[in-house]
Design a protein around this ligand. Structure first.
Ligand code: ZN
Length: 280
């Protein structure tokens, strides 16, 4: 019966009638205030009550009539509080779980529209490395094969697809030959930058970076990324596609950037402050 539960609640409140012993009366005035900062401070002060953080959310909108904390602090008012506590517990856990994983549904649709062939992979979790929703990207628009298939998160796969479309135009203009394959180096790999175990984790550690080693063509010999003959069409092609990569990736490194990138283009989507890019 409901009556049975009420006496139990009131019994717990009775020992609390001594205002000095109970921490709850001082808490209420703090919650009544509209300020968000005082709320977290109250949570640690209430080790006995399991639901202090939740109550403020309901109390603040419901009790605009009592703006003054003075009288409330003096008044213990045990009966109203138990009623508020009972409904509040269910609402709080829901609020606490509002952290949602990145939704890449729209990205995957765009990737499909770009003509890419891919399939979802299970989540990767390896210490600090990992990716929630990696994809296995095997083919891009125009029948461009990734050799081997790349393990990338959707945003990076999309950037690669868009960049390759641009590179395709360059190939047909400069080389008169369409790209048929991308030679792929590292995609997902749990390691530090430049394979230095003491360095900051590479974007490869989050399936957020891809190393393009070279290109294969229909009607033209393969091109490996590296120092080429200045003025040769192959060098022009490399320079052009590298410049275009900066439109799609936040980080572009290659020959001349440093010793670690002499034979490939490193492309990634590392987030930087104020949207800064690293295009070298
Ligand atoms: Zn790389």
């Amino acid at each position: 019966m409901a009556l049975a539960s009420h006496p139990a609640l009131s019994a717990e409140d009775r020992p609390a009638t001594t205002p000095s012993v109970m921490p709850e009366p001082p808490i209420r005035p703090v919650e009544l205030k509209p300020e968000p900062p005082p709320m977290p401070a109250t949570a640690p002060a209430l080790p006995d009550a399991p639901t202090p953080p939740e109550r403020p959310a309901e109390l603040t909108p419901a009790t605009p009539t009592a703006p003054e904390p003075g009288p409330a602090s003096e008044m213990p008012v045990p009966p109203p509080r138990p009623t508020d506590l009972s409904p509040s517990p269910p609402t709080t856990p829901a609020l606490a779980l509002t952290v949602t994983p990145a939704d890449d549904t729209a990205c995957r649709k765009r990737l499909e529209r770009l003509g890419a062939t891919f399939e979802p992979l299970p989540p990767i979790s390896n210490g600090q490395c990992g990716a929630e929703k990696p994809l296995k990207l095997s083919r891009l628009s125009g029948g461009v094969v990734l050799n081997p298939a790349a393990t990338l998160v959707c945003g990076t796969a999309e950037a690669l697809a868009r960049w390759t479309t641009e590179a395709q135009e360059t190939a047909e203009q400069v080389l008169k030959a369409p790209i048929k394959s991308l030679s792929i180096g590292s995609t997902y790999e749990c390691r530090g930058q430049n394979h230095d175990p003491d360095a900051k984790l590479s974007e490869h550690s989050f399936a957020n970076g891809v190393d393009v080693m070279g290109f294969g063509f229909d009607g033209h010999g393969p091109i490996q990324i590296g120092a080429g003959l200045d003025g040769a069409p192959e060098a022009t092609f490399q320079a052009a596609v590298r410049a275009k990569a900066c439109l799609f990736f936040r980080t572009v490194l290659g020959p001349g950037s440093d010793a670690a990138h002499g034979n490939h283009l490193h492309l990634d989507e590392r987030e930087r402050n104020a949207g800064h890019r690293l295009c070298q």
